[in-house]
Design a protein around this ligand. Sequence first.
Ligand code: C2E
Ligand code: CA
Ligand code: CA
Length: 909
Amino acid sequence: MQETIIEAESINAAAKGSSSTASGALGDFALKNAEEMQRWQDDFCAMAGVYAYCLDNTGNPFTSFSGNPSEVDIIKKYVTDARIKEIFRRVSESDLEDQAVELTEVPNLKLAAVAVKDGQRTSAVWIVCGIFSDYDYDKEYFHLPPIDSFGYKTTETKFYRTLDLLRETLNILINIETSRSQAVAISEESKQQELEMTNSFRRAETMTEIVSLLDSDDGIEEIMSDVLKKLCAYLEVSNGFTCKEHHNTLMDIVVQWTAPGAKKMFTETTDQDLCWFMGSEKAVVVSSDTQMNAGEREQLDELGIKALVSMPVIVNDSALFYVCVTENNESRIWSIDDVKFVNDAIKVLQSIITKRLQKNSLASSFASLEAVLDNVGSSIYVRDIGTGVILFANRSFKKNFSRELSENSIAELFESNIPPRSRSGNYEIHHKDREKWYDVYYTRIKWVDGRPVSLCAIYDITEKKLYQRRIEQQAYTDFLTGLYNRMCCEKDLARYVDEAHQKGTHGALMYLDLDDFKHINDSLGHQYGDVLLQDISKAISRIDGITNSCYRMGGDEFVIIVPPQSFELLETIIEQIKNTFATPWYLKDSDYYCTMSMGIVKFPDHGDNVSELIRKSDVAMYEAKKSGKNRIAEYSDNIDSSSVHRLDLEKSMYDAIKKSCSEFEVFFQPVISEPIDFNRGVKQYKHLGAEALVRWNSSKLGFLNPDEFVPLAEYLGLITPIGNHVLKKACECLRMWNEAGTGEYSVSVNLSVVQIMQNDIVDVIKKNIEDNNINPHNLVLELTERLAINDLARTKQTLLDIKALGVRLALDDFGTGYSALSSIRALPFDIIKVDQNFVKDLAEDDYSQAFIRMMAQLGGAIGADICVEGIETQAQLDALKGMGVKYVQGFYYDKPMRRAAFEEKYVYN
Ligand code: C2E
Ligand code: CA
Ligand code: CA
């Protein structure tokens, strides 16, 4: 039979980089409030015509499927939990994919997953199923007929658009927990900077507009009203007016401006009482907190003014007009910039009026224009478009661009980007020699003498550019430690490798992994784990030669690149890294040592491609770990042969798991239980048990014992499918053996901590018990401490949940690991298996005997039975006499054997 066709396509949507504009409050709400989320999701599905539900970051359902329940049931038949788990894993574990779409056996049913991510971390995944009304049944080969007449239907295009929409909406909705106070502070700061930046741009823009009025043919009043309007709008004030004084005590309002929604100040415009802040040739600035006498205050109150800036427009040495901007709605404190801006604008106005009034006197108008422009903050020049001659450059321009002026390169520098027929506009230029960026505002106007000129105002925006760069930089920075992140590492490494290639130099890459970091994390708490990571980051990035090339790859893994220019320092750098870890870290009032294992590769010697180099450094690091941690291994071809083996192993293992684990065979070793017949030492016992021990009959690598592949399987996370396979086989045997016998056989299965960490472990165990209808008491699950337990609270809860199923739990290899007795009391173990090491010299060693006796007593006190494994001789067995050991196991009875052999000897005899 042909296998079901499952095609998959993936969309790398990560690159679109949804902005993290989510608000904290909304985000928290979104993750915590399942009901609210359900309602939203129901609405969304109804709108988009899809069936969907949400999984949290651990893969547990957070909402339930939206859509008609009976339709959902049909969908679930084809979109099984296993498939959902797989697609969840696919989008949540990958750095690149945050969306995946897969076909199902049903021609018009597609399954998609959309992950909402915070950087690398997944915070939620939506599973979306679409029933397609536009499938082409003839085009493809399918086993099953299509599903029809469903309430929600979609089309190919609509479905993808729905996924996009979902992802984008969720990215906004779900703010992820990393936004701690730090992040908030950073974003506050950048908001502030953003604001300042926007302001300075608005200012530049407005000023350029005002300056371009120089060219206007409009009447003075119109220009005045234009300037006032721009000025008031820029300052965001409620009112403004210009007036002309007469008879020393009166004034006529020439133009007035009122913001939308504000109250007009003057209904009568002629013969108003002259305001006290006018009449002099000085500017008057009144903020809401300015002190003044009662008379002055009264007049302001009458006019409803809360703050004002008033300035005379001086033409031919006398104040011809006054321009006044006022804030009448709310209090206002003027900034220096505000006042300067008013001043600049009025100077321009002054010059326009002067020009109008002295139409015939070009020279004097030019002089006053010059005076004005000289005082404007930005750099301005005017160039004759016909001859190319610079007609005018203001003081700021001359100061900043004297070199370019003398080199005659102004037009080339600032005007080469102006489109031919454009009258005005702006663009950015990068001045490479100066490492500066400028914004250029240009207008093409008629100069005072009528010839066409270009007027350019130039603003230095280097600060803004640097700021933007910094934002980009943030994408390359590890939040916790401030080091660069993996993405940056890959980018930099590519550059360094290139450089080494081109110049014939060398560099190195070091992969550093902390040893037993988890223990510090567990014993001191995550905050201190974080502090340690930060301290380490600081320490390594202080080392000469690598200050700018340390990266955190995630967790407790770091990469250090020794760039070509520091390569000759390599030995010293390594020495200093070693020293860094040879000194203790001061955490929580005490000194802690933390060692590390490091792998080194050199480039281009060991490879010239980024992923190959990182992988090889990882291989070397793994080598260092394997040979006992706290050491440094340099990559070499020798390592390579063993690591090639490791890579072979890795690849074969993936393949073997794909082939539904059929290469993994379960062996059984008898476990003898009380009453142990010490005299005969064998073979008549009341209860019998067996420990299930896995073997791998690899088609490529031959027969492998667990020691040769279980650690790697754990490292790669592959122990879960293998372990599940063993559990399944063991439970099947358990059922058959008990059906054949008295029902008192028990089987022990080894569970890796990695398995315990899986969210569905309780369900998996439960299912095996139910499927085989076994008495849970007969199933013993053995847990080793080989891997550090990361989250004790969660582990304990899981173990309690497993125990609640009725199965028994055993603590394996006791006495080898870090197991503190207290942790036994904290965890609900029924059996403690004393490690083989205590058995080796059991017959002659007092310490071993005392230890086992003590364990047996302790076991009695906490209600746990003791199992001693590794019994190889009668003498060892004898030494246990009278100690209260409940179970024994060892080659003395039998080695682990194939199922058939075990059954023949222990089950069906
Ligand atoms: P373990 O759980 O401590 O298993 C007992 C190991 O001791 C077995 O090795 C067994 O063959 C060996 N042994 C039993 N009696 C004696 C004896 O008298 N003398 C000596 N020298 N050895 C004895 P094995 O089968 O090679 O398994 C090694 C380890 O691999 C196991 O240690 C267990 O930690 C792991 N392992 C085996 N199967 C599985 C599995 O299905 N899942 C997981 N997670 N780990 C497994
Ligand atoms: Ca075991
Ligand atoms: Ca053991």
